[in-house]
Write a protein that binds this ligand. Sequence first.
Ligand code: C5P
Length: 403
Amino acid sequence: MQSLLNKKIVLGISGGIAAYKSAELARLLMQEGASVQVVMTEAAAQFITPVTMQALTGNPVYTNQWDARISNNMAHIELSRTADAILIAPASADLMAKLSLGLADDLLTTLCLARDCPLLLAPAMNLQMWQHPATVRSAERLRSDRVELLGPASGAQACGEVGMGRMLEPAEITEQLIAFFQKKVLEGKRVLITAGPTFEAIDPVRGITNRSSGKMGFAIARAALEAGAQVHLIAGPCELNTPLLATGKIQRTDVVSAKDMYEAVMASPNCDLFFGVAAVADWAIANPSKEKMKRQGKAIPEIQFAPNPDILLTMAQSAKKTKGKPNPYCVGFAAESTKLEEHADDKRKRKGIPLIVGNIGPDTFGSDLNQLLLIHERGSKKLAKAPKLQLARQLIQFVATQL
Ligand code: C5P
């Protein structure tokens, strides 16, 4: 799935050592379907050559305001008029200062001043430069001019110091640019999501679990963030990266058992929307052993089960009805082996929730693809087979219309 299909991006590069990562960034943007037009400052060309960027993007690279290749000699106007966004990575302290004052003394700054499209900057500089009051002022002015600042991150810097000012990684910048283009249908909403399996210990090395990779729940977290929400993701054991972590709009709590997950959900602040995506074990082990159980001849160990708390049911029962809608609006998930619609709708009614999402199997576990059946009070809607992120975006759009 290409999330930047048909988008025209002007990739601006200013003079900083992080410019070596701009080559990788251009590749990632193109992999997502964008066409990339590079504009570099003279200083940037000291760090990475225009030839490299031209070879990667397949487009001529512009560095000079007086470039005669643009027929009317107005590169600063021509290049921005066809762009969906200008993304500058790295954006140096000098470039940020110039843009914040509306200076336009080379092609890149003139292009930004003359633009009629959004501008996003990924700052990259030494930590002292980032903390300098002049840069703090530039960043504030740029934000009030509705320029998006992506990062910077904290960490090891090329100069050997450690701190705030590192450019975000190309993958994070790409993820944030994709998010920028999504509809902000959950702006200001707080979303709580459970994802992944739970693990119920039998002894310190053994346990039982459910088959769940967490991919669907994590995709819903990403889609909710893209839609402008603040997200709390409570995840059972799964090896997945937290989506859009660098935005600071997601909090992740890792848990192991269903009881841990229940406690984390109950301790989470009030939310507007709750997605119970986790495959929660129905039973915990009632008599887990503190030490590893040893094999004793042919004797079979006796394991007793105890019921786990139903997280979704508890959330649904605590939801207050305001203007006919429960608050939080609760969404459940169901994976059934037979009669999906019938069983899932039964479950929806039993849990007292307005919407349940059925996984149309059988190959949903661990896959990047899925098919969903949304079952609500007034009927059902099928979402055709697609990558989980695409389905998550469709689900978020649907839920936003129900709020
Ligand atoms: O009852 P069942 O496990 O099939 O229901 C599935 C839905 O309920 C999912 O949304 C799941 O996250 C949620 N659930 C829960 N707590 C449990 C069991 C299921 O939140 N103990």
